[in-house]
Design a protein around this ligand. Structure first.
Ligand SMILES: [Zn+2]
Length: 205
């Protein structure tokens, strides 16, 4: 039998390897680095991790991440424009748009995009929540700020069709976002320009 680290350390390294971008060597380095931490620091880290499911919850209005079953920072802000709704795939896209400081409306986080190759046919996405928000009747424009790749475009086309039943303008940001890249990689000025020059897909007034 080949020699190995103590069982507990091996188990920690195996857990770390489940994280994105962490291979065998990185997991080994991280595990050994944690061994050097003070016991109190390790307890704090352990507590943060173990409390994640209870404390980090989905915002009931936009499906973004929130704290303790409350609203997220955007939805709890009464100064936000309730007539414009920006649909994104992930919360990191929402934060990228927020970092531009330009968009004043609200968001809806789909939780991904339609991607048959990855087994996502749309049933796991927050379409129901999106329709629920639109049925409240305040939204006048839906901006589909999805990724500019094939799956993102397919999802936008599907949504534009689905949302025809609502009396809303449907638009998407102008080109200018990095081709084939995720909107979350675009910088604030690029995002602002893309939102200013947004293109209307459907006008349903
Ligand atoms: Zn929210």
């Amino acid at each position: 039998m080949s020699s190995s680290y103590p069982e507990t350390l091996e188990a920690l390294m195996a857990a770390l390897r489940r994280l994105p971008g962490v291979g065998r060597r990185a997991a080994e380095r991280l595990g050994l680095a944690l061994l050097e931490w003070e016991e109190e620091e390790l307890h704090e880290l352990g507590e943060l991790i173990s409390e994640l499911p209870q404390r980090v919850t989905r915002c009931p209005q936009c499906a973004g991440l929130a704290e303790n079953n409350g609203l997220c920072a955007v939805c709890s802000n009464s100064n936000r424009d309730r007539t414009t709704l920006c649909v994104v795939e992930t919360m990191s896209q929402m934060l990228a748009i927020e970092s531009g400081g330009h968009f004043k409306g609200r968001y809806l986080v789909l939780g991904g995009r339609i991607s048959p190759l990855d087994g996502e046919d749309g049933s796991g996405l927050n379409f129901d929540l999106l329709e629920k928000v639109l049925r409240q009747g305040e939204v006048r424009e839906v901006i589909l700020a999805l990724s500019s790749d094939v799956e993102g475009r397919a999802t936008a086309a599907f949504l534009a069709e689905q949302l025809k039943q609502f009396q809303v303008r449907i638009s998407r940001p102008a080109s200018g976002l990095p081709a084939g890249a995720n909107i979350s990689y675009a910088d604030g000025a690029t995002i602002a320009a893309a939102f200013d020059g947004r293109i209307t897909l459907t006008e349903n007034h």
